[in-house]
Design a protein around this ligand. Structure first.
Ligand code: BT5
Length: 269
């Protein structure tokens, strides 16, 4: 397709590597875009198939949760959105976020050999710093065709001294952590492979013991004393792990167990 002529080598490589796979069999690449999640939604509304991936070299309005910004400088990182068409209710989105975290953490371990952990609900950390973030958005148009957009941002070759003010303390990228550069097609390929795997498990077995145990093993917050902001309340307690429904269990000082579905967690020292 003429559309692909100006695509960079790493995208051509990725397409070749994904030709026989489900996630990324079709890759739409943009050298610059506002947000790959926004674009993916548009593609999904036009009927794009499950597994289509939107990738951008840089984003001008990369989105985090709750109106937050995802810093997206060009040329160094991975900004991708995968279109899913699960037959699930809206309430399943938090579980999809958890599964994606598991897939991304496993993929980053695989490509870098580093100990990547999941920080509930949607971050992946290496060395205690945020390397990747996930933004899962579901839409159920009235005319049917429910879809989920899995937005995944990974800091790959971003250099430590290039981080904006304030972010360097809490975030990092694969390059400074591993002391080498990474091919973006490799990072992307590993992520899509691991996502395919967890998503397939989820589809066939639901939120199974195997998935929960896999998640709990890579959880950064389990057994730690945390402060959780759940939108309607702020809680403190020790994290016990995920329960069968995918809620995070928090045991407070008074011995009461709370079930968290959405929110943010910070560690208390
Ligand atoms: C997230 O939100 O972590 C979800 C990020 C999803 C980004 C991807 S990129 C491809 C796709 N297209 C989009 O438009 N978005 C998705 P949240 O948990 O709300 O975290 C946001 C916070 O992370 C910010 O407030 C910063 O503190 C921090 N942050 C911003 N940019 C970062 C970066 N590049 N690396 C690490 N941390 C960052």
């Amino acid at each position: 397709m003429s559309l692909h002529h100006s695509d960079p080598a790493w995208i051509a490589e990725l397409r070749q590597n994904r030709a026989q796979k489900r996630f990324g069999q079709e890759v739409l690449f943009f050298s610059s875009i506002d947000s790959t999640n926004r674009q993916a939604k548009e593609e999904a509304k036009r009927g794009a198939p499950e597994g289509m991936v939107i990738i951008a070299d840089g984003q001008s309005e990369g989105k985090g949760r709750k109106g937050r910004t995802w810093e997206s400088p060009p040329g160094v990182n991975l900004y991708s959105s995968v279109i899913l068409r699960p037959s699930l209710p809206l309430a399943a989105v938090p579980r999809i976020t958890l599964l994606t975290g598991l897939g991304v953490a496993r993929a980053l371990r695989h490509v870098s050999g580093l100990c990547a952990f999941i920080k509930w609900p949607n971050d992946v950390l290496i060395g205690g710093k945020k390397i990747a973030g996930i933004l899962a958005e579901m839409e159920a148009p009235r005319e049917g065709g429910t879809f989920v957009i899995l937005g995944i941002g990974v800091n790959v070759n971003w250099k430590a001294d290039e981080f904006p003010e304030g972010l360097a303390e809490i975030a990092s990228s694969l390059r400074p952590e591993a002391g080498r550069e990474f091919a973006r097609e490799e990072v992307a390929g590993a992520i899509f492979d691991h996502l395919e795997e967890v998503y397939e498990d989820f589809r066939t077995e639901g939120f199974s013991l195997r998935l929960r145990e896999g998640w709990n093993r890579l959880s950064w917050v389990n057994e730690k004393w945390v402060r959780a902001d759940t939108m309607d309340q702020v809680l403190e307690g020790r994290v016990l792990g995920l329960d069968t429904d995918g809620a995070l269990l928090l045991l407070d000082r008074g011995g009461k167990t709370h079930r968290l579905i959405v929110g943010d967690i910070s560690l208390r020292v």
